[in-house]
Design a protein around this ligand. Structure first.
Ligand code: FPP
Length: 256
Protein backbone atom coordinates (compact mmCIF):
# COMPACT_ATOMS: atom_id res chain seq x y z
CA UNK A 1 0.00 0.00 0.00
CA UNK A 2 1.44 3.40 -0.90
CA UNK A 3 1.24 6.50 1.31
CA UNK A 4 -1.83 7.84 -0.48
CA UNK A 5 -3.73 4.56 -0.13
CA UNK A 6 -2.92 4.44 3.57
CA UNK A 7 -4.17 8.00 3.98
CA UNK A 8 -7.37 7.29 2.02
CA UNK A 9 -8.08 4.22 4.12
CA UNK A 10 -7.47 6.18 7.28
CA UNK A 11 -9.81 8.92 6.13
CA UNK A 12 -12.49 6.35 5.35
CA UNK A 13 -12.10 4.71 8.76
CA UNK A 14 -12.38 8.07 10.50
CA UNK A 15 -15.47 8.92 8.49
CA UNK A 16 -16.99 5.52 9.28
CA UNK A 17 -16.67 6.22 12.98
CA UNK A 18 -19.21 8.95 12.38
CA UNK A 19 -21.63 6.62 10.65
CA UNK A 20 -22.51 6.61 7.00
CA UNK A 21 -19.68 8.26 5.06
CA UNK A 22 -21.98 9.00 2.13
CA UNK A 23 -23.95 11.37 4.38
CA UNK A 24 -20.91 13.42 5.23
CA UNK A 25 -21.18 17.02 4.12
CA UNK A 26 -19.07 17.84 1.09
CA UNK A 27 -18.68 21.47 2.14
CA UNK A 28 -18.70 22.76 5.71
CA UNK A 29 -18.79 26.49 6.49
CA UNK A 30 -18.04 27.83 9.95
CA UNK A 31 -18.68 31.20 11.57
CA UNK A 32 -16.16 31.14 14.39
CA UNK A 33 -18.02 33.24 16.94
CA UNK A 34 -17.39 33.84 20.63
CA UNK A 35 -13.69 34.71 20.96
CA UNK A 36 -14.52 37.99 22.70
CA UNK A 37 -16.89 36.37 25.21
CA UNK A 38 -14.37 33.60 25.89
CA UNK A 39 -11.73 36.25 26.64
CA UNK A 40 -14.11 38.09 28.96
CA UNK A 41 -14.97 34.87 30.81
CA UNK A 42 -11.27 34.23 31.38
CA UNK A 43 -10.49 37.88 32.19
CA UNK A 44 -8.14 38.07 29.22
CA UNK A 45 -7.78 40.55 26.37
CA UNK A 46 -9.93 40.14 23.26
CA UNK A 47 -6.75 39.55 21.26
CA UNK A 48 -5.90 36.64 23.54
CA UNK A 49 -9.38 35.26 22.78
CA UNK A 50 -8.68 35.43 19.06
CA UNK A 51 -5.32 33.70 19.64
CA UNK A 52 -7.09 30.89 21.45
CA UNK A 53 -9.59 30.77 18.58
CA UNK A 54 -6.71 30.24 16.18
CA UNK A 55 -5.74 27.08 18.09
CA UNK A 56 -9.28 25.75 17.58
CA UNK A 57 -9.07 26.62 13.91
CA UNK A 58 -5.88 24.57 13.47
CA UNK A 59 -7.52 21.50 15.03
CA UNK A 60 -10.70 21.85 13.01
CA UNK A 61 -8.80 22.20 9.73
CA UNK A 62 -6.77 19.07 10.52
CA UNK A 63 -9.86 17.08 11.44
CA UNK A 64 -11.76 18.20 8.34
CA UNK A 65 -8.87 17.09 6.18
CA UNK A 66 -8.60 13.76 8.01
CA UNK A 67 -12.28 13.11 7.37
CA UNK A 68 -11.87 13.68 3.64
CA UNK A 69 -14.42 16.51 3.50
CA UNK A 70 -14.00 18.36 0.20
CA UNK A 71 -14.31 21.99 1.26
CA UNK A 72 -14.09 24.01 4.47
CA UNK A 73 -14.94 27.71 4.58
CA UNK A 74 -14.01 29.74 7.64
CA UNK A 75 -15.15 33.30 8.38
CA UNK A 76 -12.05 35.00 9.77
CA UNK A 77 -12.61 38.71 9.10
CA UNK A 78 -15.66 40.43 7.63
CA UNK A 79 -15.74 43.77 5.81
CA UNK A 80 -17.53 45.09 8.92
CA UNK A 81 -14.76 43.95 11.28
CA UNK A 82 -12.62 46.98 10.31
CA UNK A 83 -14.83 49.03 12.62
CA UNK A 84 -13.57 47.16 15.71
CA UNK A 85 -10.97 48.88 17.94
CA UNK A 86 -7.65 49.40 16.11
CA UNK A 87 -5.81 47.21 18.62
CA UNK A 88 -8.14 44.27 17.94
CA UNK A 89 -7.94 44.70 14.16
CA UNK A 90 -4.18 44.80 14.32
CA UNK A 91 -4.07 41.68 16.54
CA UNK A 92 -6.31 39.82 14.08
CA UNK A 93 -4.12 40.88 11.15
CA UNK A 94 -1.05 39.63 13.01
CA UNK A 95 -2.73 36.31 13.84
CA UNK A 96 -3.71 35.85 10.21
CA UNK A 97 -0.13 36.49 9.14
CA UNK A 98 1.34 34.18 11.79
CA UNK A 99 -1.14 31.47 10.90
CA UNK A 100 -0.17 31.38 7.24
CA UNK A 101 3.55 31.59 7.95
CA UNK A 102 3.43 28.71 10.45
CA UNK A 103 0.90 26.45 8.69
CA UNK A 104 1.70 26.78 5.01
CA UNK A 105 4.29 24.00 4.97
CA UNK A 106 2.00 21.41 6.56
CA UNK A 107 -1.06 22.46 4.56
CA UNK A 108 0.83 22.29 1.29
CA UNK A 109 2.28 18.93 2.23
CA UNK A 110 -1.24 17.68 2.93
CA UNK A 111 -2.27 18.71 -0.59
CA UNK A 112 -4.65 21.39 0.78
CA UNK A 113 -5.56 24.20 -1.65
CA UNK A 114 -5.93 27.55 0.02
CA UNK A 115 -8.30 30.17 -1.30
CA UNK A 116 -8.91 33.56 0.24
CA UNK A 117 -12.51 34.73 -0.05
CA UNK A 118 -12.69 38.50 -0.03
CA UNK A 119 -10.94 41.61 -1.24
CA UNK A 120 -7.23 41.26 -0.50
CA UNK A 121 -6.42 44.67 -2.00
CA UNK A 122 -7.45 46.48 1.19
CA UNK A 123 -5.20 44.39 3.44
CA UNK A 124 -1.80 45.50 4.74
CA UNK A 125 0.94 44.68 2.22
CA UNK A 126 2.60 41.93 4.25
CA UNK A 127 -0.68 40.11 4.77
CA UNK A 128 -1.68 40.58 1.13
CA UNK A 129 1.62 39.19 -0.15
CA UNK A 130 1.58 36.25 2.25
CA UNK A 131 -1.99 35.31 1.35
CA UNK A 132 -1.27 35.62 -2.37
CA UNK A 133 1.80 33.43 -1.96
CA UNK A 134 -0.24 30.80 -0.02
CA UNK A 135 -2.80 30.73 -2.84
CA UNK A 136 -0.08 30.53 -5.49
CA UNK A 137 1.83 27.81 -3.69
CA UNK A 138 -1.17 25.57 -3.05
CA UNK A 139 -3.23 26.46 -6.14
CA UNK A 140 -2.23 23.28 -7.96
CA UNK A 141 -3.06 20.97 -5.04
CA UNK A 142 -5.99 18.59 -5.31
CA UNK A 143 -7.01 17.97 -1.69
CA UNK A 144 -9.22 19.90 0.73
CA UNK A 145 -10.43 23.31 -0.48
CA UNK A 146 -9.59 25.52 2.48
CA UNK A 147 -11.43 28.81 2.02
CA UNK A 148 -10.60 31.53 4.49
CA UNK A 149 -12.82 34.60 4.32
CA UNK A 150 -10.82 37.74 5.03
CA UNK A 151 -12.23 41.20 4.34
CA UNK A 152 -15.20 39.29 3.00
CA UNK A 153 -18.83 40.23 2.51
CA UNK A 154 -21.25 38.02 0.63
CA UNK A 155 -23.33 40.81 -0.89
CA UNK A 156 -20.15 42.42 -2.24
CA UNK A 157 -19.16 39.03 -3.68
CA UNK A 158 -22.53 38.80 -5.49
CA UNK A 159 -22.19 42.38 -6.77
CA UNK A 160 -18.71 41.50 -8.08
CA UNK A 161 -20.18 38.46 -9.87
CA UNK A 162 -22.99 40.57 -11.37
CA UNK A 163 -20.48 43.11 -12.67
CA UNK A 164 -18.28 40.45 -14.24
CA UNK A 165 -21.30 38.87 -15.94
CA UNK A 166 -22.52 42.27 -17.16
CA UNK A 167 -19.14 42.92 -18.77
CA UNK A 168 -19.36 39.57 -20.59
CA UNK A 169 -22.89 40.39 -21.82
CA UNK A 170 -21.81 43.86 -22.88
CA UNK A 171 -18.93 42.49 -24.92
CA UNK A 172 -21.18 39.90 -26.57
CA UNK A 173 -19.24 37.02 -25.02
CA UNK A 174 -22.38 35.88 -23.15
CA UNK A 175 -26.04 36.15 -24.13
CA UNK A 176 -28.70 37.23 -21.65
CA UNK A 177 -30.58 33.95 -22.13
CA UNK A 178 -27.50 31.93 -21.24
CA UNK A 179 -27.41 33.39 -17.70
CA UNK A 180 -28.50 30.82 -15.14
CA UNK A 181 -27.83 29.98 -11.51
CA UNK A 182 -24.59 28.29 -12.54
CA UNK A 183 -23.40 31.51 -14.17
CA UNK A 184 -23.62 33.27 -10.81
CA UNK A 185 -21.90 30.37 -8.98
CA UNK A 186 -19.13 30.41 -11.56
CA UNK A 187 -18.36 34.03 -10.71
CA UNK A 188 -18.24 33.61 -6.94
CA UNK A 189 -14.94 33.05 -5.12
CA UNK A 190 -16.00 29.45 -4.55
CA UNK A 191 -16.47 28.69 -8.27
CA UNK A 192 -16.05 25.00 -9.00
CA UNK A 193 -16.63 23.91 -5.40
CA UNK A 194 -19.70 22.13 -4.03
CA UNK A 195 -22.39 24.30 -2.37
CA UNK A 196 -22.31 24.51 1.41
CA UNK A 197 -24.03 21.49 2.99
CA UNK A 198 -23.51 22.37 6.62
CA UNK A 199 -23.14 25.75 8.26
CA UNK A 200 -21.96 25.88 11.86
CA UNK A 201 -21.99 29.07 13.93
CA UNK A 202 -20.66 28.74 17.44
CA UNK A 203 -21.60 30.71 20.56
CA UNK A 204 -25.37 30.32 20.18
CA UNK A 205 -25.79 33.27 17.80
CA UNK A 206 -28.17 32.43 14.97
CA UNK A 207 -27.28 34.74 12.11
CA UNK A 208 -25.60 34.42 8.73
CA UNK A 209 -23.85 37.79 8.99
CA UNK A 210 -23.35 38.18 5.24
CA UNK A 211 -21.47 34.87 4.92
CA UNK A 212 -21.81 32.84 1.70
CA UNK A 213 -25.46 33.84 1.15
CA UNK A 214 -25.69 32.27 -2.31
CA UNK A 215 -23.70 29.15 -1.44
CA UNK A 216 -25.77 28.47 1.72
CA UNK A 217 -29.11 28.28 -0.13
CA UNK A 218 -29.76 24.65 0.91
CA UNK A 219 -27.32 24.30 3.79
CA UNK A 220 -28.30 22.72 7.09
CA UNK A 221 -27.62 25.10 9.98
CA UNK A 222 -26.28 24.06 13.37
CA UNK A 223 -25.73 26.56 16.18
CA UNK A 224 -23.76 25.00 19.05
CA UNK A 225 -23.87 27.05 22.28
CA UNK A 226 -20.14 26.61 22.86
CA UNK A 227 -17.80 29.58 22.29
CA UNK A 228 -15.32 29.14 19.43
CA UNK A 229 -12.16 28.73 21.58
CA UNK A 230 -13.96 25.91 23.45
CA UNK A 231 -15.19 24.20 20.27
CA UNK A 232 -13.50 20.79 20.15
CA UNK A 233 -13.09 18.06 17.57
CA UNK A 234 -15.65 16.04 19.60
CA UNK A 235 -18.13 18.92 19.37
CA UNK A 236 -17.46 19.09 15.62
CA UNK A 237 -18.13 15.35 15.28
CA UNK A 238 -21.44 15.88 17.11
CA UNK A 239 -22.39 18.51 14.52
CA UNK A 240 -21.48 16.11 11.70
CA UNK A 241 -23.61 13.40 13.33
CA UNK A 242 -26.49 15.81 13.67
CA UNK A 243 -26.08 16.72 9.98
CA UNK A 244 -26.23 13.02 9.11
CA UNK A 245 -29.60 12.71 10.83
CA UNK A 246 -31.18 15.67 9.03
CA UNK A 247 -33.73 14.93 6.34
CA UNK A 248 -32.65 17.09 3.42
CA UNK A 249 -35.43 17.63 0.94
CA UNK A 250 -34.14 20.51 -1.18
CA UNK A 251 -37.71 21.76 -1.50
CA UNK A 252 -39.10 18.45 -2.75
CA UNK A 253 -41.58 16.12 -0.99
CA UNK A 254 -39.63 13.09 0.19
CA UNK A 255 -41.48 10.22 1.87
CA UNK A 256 -39.95 9.32 5.26
C1 FPP B 1 -15.80 36.34 16.17
O1 FPP B 1 -15.69 36.37 17.57
C2 FPP B 1 -14.51 36.03 15.59
C3 FPP B 1 -13.83 36.86 14.77
C4 FPP B 1 -14.33 38.18 14.37
C5 FPP B 1 -12.50 36.50 14.25
C6 FPP B 1 -12.23 35.04 14.04
C7 FPP B 1 -10.78 34.84 13.92
C8 FPP B 1 -10.06 33.81 14.39
C9 FPP B 1 -10.67 32.62 15.01
C10 FPP B 1 -8.57 33.75 14.34
C11 FPP B 1 -7.86 34.48 13.25
C12 FPP B 1 -8.02 33.88 11.91
C13 FPP B 1 -7.07 33.19 11.23
C14 FPP B 1 -7.33 32.73 9.84
C15 FPP B 1 -5.78 32.85 11.80
P1 FPP B 1 -16.06 37.70 18.36
O2 FPP B 1 -14.82 38.44 18.64
O3 FPP B 1 -17.09 38.48 17.58
O4 FPP B 1 -16.68 37.10 19.66
P2 FPP B 1 -17.76 37.80 20.63
O5 FPP B 1 -19.04 37.85 19.84
O6 FPP B 1 -17.82 36.87 21.78
O7 FPP B 1 -17.22 39.15 20.98
Amino acid sequence: MNAKQVKDLWKLRNAEKLGDPTRMPRHVAIIMDGNGRWAKQHKLSVSRGHRQGTETLREIIRHTDDLGIEALSLYAFSTENWSRPAEEVSALMQLILDFFVSEIEELDQKNVRILILGDKSALPEKQRETLLEAERRTGGNTGLHLNIAINYGSRAEIVKAAREIAVQVQSGELSLDAIGEETISDHLYTAGQPEVDLLIRTSGEMRLSNFLLYQNAYAEFIFPEVLWPDFTVEEYDRCLKEFESRNRRFGARVEE
